[in-house]
Design a protein. Structure first.
Length: 193
């Protein structure tokens, strides 16, 4: 059985500038390792259309699974969804379940439901939508031949929930994963070499 290869790409200028720590790729690496997926690459890139497009193209050329986190929010620099829509030649459509969910969040908090908030429910018609029960940005799965690209929100608790509730099933459904056994050997009195 061959190893299923994976690349993790975290997106956000705030990561590159050191404003926040990238804990997403560390957590994803641990969880993917547990189910037999081998991480071959991890990288962080900015909120830049060409960087996202080039990174996606390179990853899909080289790895079975590509996982992106970040860039799905309502601010002007959140361009991941639009970039993926262009890359996979889609058309943005309203995902009704997500739209209803977002509207309820804003009604409960007595906040204005702006166009930018409504646009969070737009998704490419070329993806499978992953319902985000804890936030406003849905996850997305794109199929590229036998390879998959999963795009998740950058907010850690939303990303973790979507991975556990939705992404693992997508991975199990698309790949024949090995059984993994881990063994820790503790030694005393000898050098590392």
């Amino acid at each position: 059985m061959s190893k299923i290869s994976c690349s993790i790409i975290t997106i956000g200028d705030e990561i590159l500038y050191g404003h926040i720590l990238d804990t997403n790729s560390k957590w994803l690496s641990q969880e993917l390792n547990k189910i037999g997926v081998k991480i071959f690459e991890k990288k962080s890139i900015g909120d830049d259309y060409n960087q996202i497009k080039d990174s996606v193209k390179n990853s899909l050329s080289n790895y079975d699974i590509t996982i992106l986190t970040g860039g799905l929010g309502p601010t002007n620099d959140d361009i991941t969804k639009n970039c993926l829509n262009d890359y996979f030649k889609g058309k943005l459509i309203i995902h009704k379940k997500t739209f209803k969910h977002i509207k309820q969040i804003f009604e409960k908090r007595n906040l204005d439901f702006t166009t930018k908030n409504k646009n969070q429910a737009l998704v490419p018609d070329t993806c499978k939508v992953l319902y985000n029960k804890f936030g406003t940005a849905p996850g997305m799965v794109f199929y590229h031949g036998k390879k998959i690209l999963i795009s998740l929100p950058g907010v850690p608790f939303e990303m973790k929930s979507l991975f556990e509730d939705e992404c693992k099933k997508v991975i199990y459904d698309n790949f024949d994963l090995p059984k993994i056994y881990h063994r820790i050997i503790k030694t005393v009195g000898i050098g590392e070499s």
